[in-house]
Design a protein around this ligand. Structure first.
Ligand code: IPD
Ligand code: CA
Length: 272
């Protein structure tokens, strides 16, 4: 008897279709219904870690659609969605990654939706409406930006690398992150800070960045972008020998990854 695959093509296709539909609907809503006078609805870890009414409404829209299509799946969302589920599939959702950009009317924000089974991400969709781009990946089937295959840049060395990063919402953590960046900047081509971890990971996938790293992300920030980056040929991880995690997320072209990861470890990018 041949061994059954862990997740059938049918399941993966259904998850992808559901993620694409939820991301498209949330994208139109967030783009078209953003109030001119959008304000802060609540704060989380600090006064600058904000939530708008649109984050909350978009998460409801996404989780409502997913529960309608697949009522037995689990849900984990940045704005509080938390459902255990019984199917073995769990959705990891960031209704707006780049909330501060969205609040200020800057274009770099995205909806990030991933579906995972037994801890393995099967499907990832990142939709950046103001860029007119939908990134998607299915495990083992490559990554796409709109309908074009996404591919990382050819090999580069650290000194020539364009590296993106981000900073958290707590002053103490930001001070350490700034210190790591201060020491890294002279060693690379340049640094970018786009304001959406999901888009940063997709920009590594699309060959627009050589690398991205950040400490302190949550699973909803990186779940979809990590799969998209890997399926586009990037290597992702955390500290040397460890998988990517909230402690440290590193994504880079294969030629650069080990060198950058080792340097970030020396610089203490994994601690506050
Ligand atoms: C944030 C963005 C940002 C990163 C922060 C994240 P949010 O997510 O991804 O780029 O630097 O660490 O928290 O709060 O906009 O969903
Ligand atoms: Ca986020």
């Amino acid at each position: 008897m041949t061994e059954q695959p862990r997740s059938s093509d049918r399941l993966r296709n259904e998850l992808l279709e559901t993620a694409l539909e939820a991301a498209a609907r949330a994208g139109s809503f967030l783009r078209d219904a953003r109030p001119e006078d959008l304000g802060v609805a609540a704060t989380k870890s600090s006064a600058i870690d904000v939530v708008t009414e649109m984050d909350i409404a978009a998460e409801k829209l996404i989780t409502g659609l997913i529960s309608d299509r697949r009522p037995d799946d689990g849900l984990l969302g940045e704005e509080g969605a938390s459902v255990e589920g019984s199917s073995g599939v769990e959705w990891v959702i960031d209704p707006i990654d780049g909330t501060v950009n969205y609040l200020y009317g800057l274009p770099s924000w995205a909806i990030s939706i991933a579906a995972r089974q037994d801890g393995e991400t099967l499907v990832g969709v990142v939709h950046a409406p103001m860029r007119g781009e939908i990134f998607r990946a299915v495990l083992g089937e490559g990554a796409f930006v709109n309908d074009r295959p996404a591919r990382v840049r050819p090999a580069s060395e650290l000194g020539l690398a364009l590296v993106s990063t981000g900073f958290g919402y707590l002053a103490e953590r930001k001070a350490q992150q700034a210190e790591v960046a201060r020491r890294l900047i002279p060693e690379v081509r340049d640094i970018r800070r786009g304001g959406s971890a999901a888009i940063d990971l997709c920009d590594v996938a699309a060959g627009r960045l050589d690398a991205y790293y950040e400490r302190g992300l949550n699973p909803w920030d990186y779940a979809a972008g990590d799969l998209i980056a890997r399926e586009a040929g990037a290597v992702t991880g955390g500290r040397p020998g460890e998988p990517l995690s909230p402690a440290l997320t590193v994504a880079a072209t294969p030629g650069l990854f080990a060198q950058l990861q080792a340097r970030l470890d020396e610089l203490g990018a994994w601690h506050d």
